[in-house]
Design a protein around this ligand. Structure first.
Ligand SMILES: [Zn+2]
Length: 268
């Protein structure tokens, strides 16, 4: 059986550990810092067999070299751009641009290009008993989305459009940051009368008071509370009104609303 566990790192990162409790092996996703990961795998007596990297930001790759040195047989799945291949000192580096799927422990993993936050950003879609678990790095956060750094708003929109079209509402997302409460505050500013957002604020605030992660999050939840997914699918009248009042734009197409939302969030 697989168990998925968040290892907190820095101030608000989660490094996801996918544990096979039959083999005592573990996959580490976005190892920004080696220390908490080593502490966790040593305590749980686990062997790292794979490291998955969504994108090149240092809070996602900073610990990869140390972990690959500690577990020299571990395969590292990463995109070889930005000199990442050189920064990750691993013999078993697998370039994400050369594969679009693989299997691990008999489970299927699809690799999706989910660009936008950066100009190369990948998501890993792990299928467990017909449920999809998406390790989406800094593309989608609970109730929010990643900032556009070296990517473009157009590619970020395409990434969200792809997520929105997933047919199973039980699909789970495992973002790399705990940004939920600030995202929900922005979501409520955009749609003040959306009851699902008010419920999520009450629910998630309680979790955070107990220092419990608000993640993973489901596609069903995101369709109810995430302004960016909601814009991609069909912006609500209330959302259009807020965005038009705040920005003065007249176009209410999903893309223009999505783009305006990202700009508003940057200054929120
Ligand atoms: Zn990032």
């Amino acid at each position: 059986m697989l168990k998925i566990h968040p290892i907190p790192a820095f101030t608000d990162n989660y490094i996801w550990a996918i544990i096979n409790d039959e083999t005592q092996e573990v996959i580490i996703v976005d190892a920004g810092d080696a220390e908490p990961v080593l502490e966790f795998v040593n305590r749980e007596n686990l062997t790292i067999t794979q490291i998955w990297v969504t994108h090149h930001h240092s809070d996602h790759i900073g610990g990869v070299t140390a972990l690959a040195n500690a577990f020299p047989n571990a395969q590292v799945f990463a995109y070889q751009n930005y000199g990442l291949g050189q920064r990750i000192n691993a013999e078993n580096l697998i370039n994400l641009s050369e594969i679009d799927s693989f299997t691990v422990w008999g489970y299927w993993v699809d690799i999706w290009e989910t660009f936008g936050h950066t100009d190369s950003h990948f998501s890993f879609l792990l299928e467990i008993s017909e449920q999809t678990h998406i390790f989406c790095g800094d593309t989608l956060f609970r109730a929010g989305c990643g900032r556009v750094f070296t990517g473009t708003i157009e590619t970020l929109f395409e990434s969200f459009d792809r997520f929105a079209q997933l047919h199973d509402d039980e699909t789970l997302f495992y973002p790399a940051h705990e940004y939920t409460l600030s995202n929900l505050n922005f979501a409520q500013f955009i749609e003040p009368n959306n009851p699902a957002i008010a419920q999520a604020i009450a629910h998630d605030s309680e979790l955070r008071e107990q220092n419990t992660p608000t993640l993973p999050t489901s596609l069903a939840d995101e369709k109810a509370i995430n302004p960016f997914i909601r814009a991609v699918i069909a912006p609500s009248d209330e959302m259009i009104k807020t965005v038009q009042t705040q920005t003065g734009i007249e176009d209410d197409s999903p893309f223009e609303i999505f783009k305006a939302l990202r700009q508003l969030k940057n200054n929120f």
